[in-house]
Design a protein around this ligand. Structure first.
Ligand code: NAD
Ligand code: TDX
Length: 339
């Protein structure tokens, strides 16, 4: 079995590469990644010498490079994590999101059509469903919830999802899609809420909470997401969408307070800043389908997962300090200076 994992130098993709190499020692895992600002080759250092692993630096939009890789590797499956993934960056500059997330997905699927594939899996997001009101805790996203996006990021992911389903219907491509809620865990890029707050708190910097901090996200430990994708590509039905989430809804402000407590930092570091444009209020996944069909359940509860995550950031300071001391400083300045 040879699997091409795109975006494997990023947060979830790298965790998935580790999970697959550990779980299936006889599988060949080929990581295709452009190494954008979010891709980090040092993350993959532990597996670089593994004979079952290959890293290829390429853009999923580069048809020639993608086709060459398919000719060389003759993959059985493709799992597509490669994407521009940060909502705030999509609000600043949408174009690269449309290119990578939509055209890149089409380029990968064209290669799958040309060379043949057992499964093309698209890693999507709960953000394609838009948001839910805070005063309706009885409502959850199911796979039948209409697509109703808010940001350029979520719109580009929704566009890709529609294209994936169209390639299944039109060309019979054996596809599947997972739509997961917010992940957290090791190797999470420090522009995102949890690692940003951990890094800032450790450096005694202000903790910028958007709006009133009452927006709700449904957090899942990254390893649980990887296990869900593993199940879907092996046992999930072709042409189907599976929602992935563990019923762990939390307000942003409560997450930030918890991080302060765990790190022994004062809540006086918390500062309320200008809200994100079009900010989604609440995400909440109904994971009944993946539970009933594939037996998936999350294994790490938030109390344990956040402790493991904080410990990882404490023990791997060089990994994130290297990032925040580089180009990231310009990003931070741009995004937060006058906020
Ligand atoms: P990330 O930003 O940490 O990593 C993205 C990776 O893709 C990086 O390694 C980057 O170099 C690579 N990449 C970007 N553009 C590329 C291109 N054109 N060609 C090849 N590689 C390219 O993202 P993440 O948080 O790990 O998310 C991975 C996937 O999961 C994304 O598709 C995202 O939409 C989805 N997702 C993320 C979350 C979350 O909470 N992080 C939740 C649900 C779904
Ligand atoms: O500095 C911040 N302050 C703040 O209050 C940042 C970076 C975020 N926030 C808020 C915005 C959101 O309500 O925290 C919440 C989480 O923000 P992000 O970490 O940017 O994640 P989100 O916008 O929810 O999107 C994430 O989950 C779905 C991923 O980045 C997406 O790739 C995924 O599809």
């Amino acid at each position: 079995m040879t699997i091409i994992v795109t975006g494997g130098a990023g947060f979830i993709g790298s965790n998935f590469v580790f999970h697959m190499l550990n779980t299936y020692p006889d599988y060949r895992i080929v990581c295709l990644d452009k190494l954008t600002y979010a891709g980090n080759l040092s993350t993959l250092a532990p597996v670089m010498d593994n004979p079952k692993f290959r890293f290829v630096k390429a853009d999923i939009c580069d048809r020639e490079a993608v086709n060459t890789l398919f000719e060389e590797e003759k993959p059985d499956m493709v799992v597509n994590f490669a994407a521009e993934s940060h909502v705030d960056r999509s609000i600043e500059d949408p174009e690269i999101f449309l290119k990578t997330n939509i055209l890149g997905t089409a380029t990968l699927m064209d290669a799958c059509r040309k060379y043949g594939i057992k499964r093309y899996h698209q890693v999507s997001t709960d953000e394609v469903y838009g948001d839910l009101p805070l005063d309706r805790p009885d409502l959850f996203f199911t796979e039948d919830t209409p697509i109703h996006t808010s940001s350029p990021y979520s719109s580009s992911k929704a566009g890709a999802d529609l294209l994936v389903l169209a390639y299944h219907r039109t060309y019979g491509l054996p596809v599947s899609i997972s739509r997961c809620s917010n992940n957290y865990g090791p190797y999470h890029f420090p522009e995102k809420l949890i690692p940003l707050m951990i890094a800032n708190a450790l450096n005694n910097k202000l903790l910028p909470v958007y709006g009133e901090g009452i927006n709700v996200r449904d957090w899942l430990y990254v390893e649980d997401h990887c296990k869900a994708i593993d199940l879907i590509i092996h046992k999930g039905r072709v042409g189907e969408v599976y929602n992935v989430g563990g019923h762990n809804e939390m307000k942003n402000i409560d997450i930030v307070r918890l991080i302060c407590k765990e790190l022994g930092k004062s809540e006086e570091l918390i500062t309320f800043v200008k809200d994100r444009k079009g900010h989604d209020m609440r995400y909440a996944i109904d994971p009944t389908k993946i539970h009933n069909e594939l037996g998936w359940l999350p294994e790490t509860c938030f109390a344990d997962g956040i402790k493991k995550t904080i410990t990882w950031y404490l023990e791997n300071r060089a990994w994130w300090e290297n990032i925040i001391n580089g180009e990231y400083q310009n990003y931070y300045e741009r995004m937060y200076k006058d906020r």
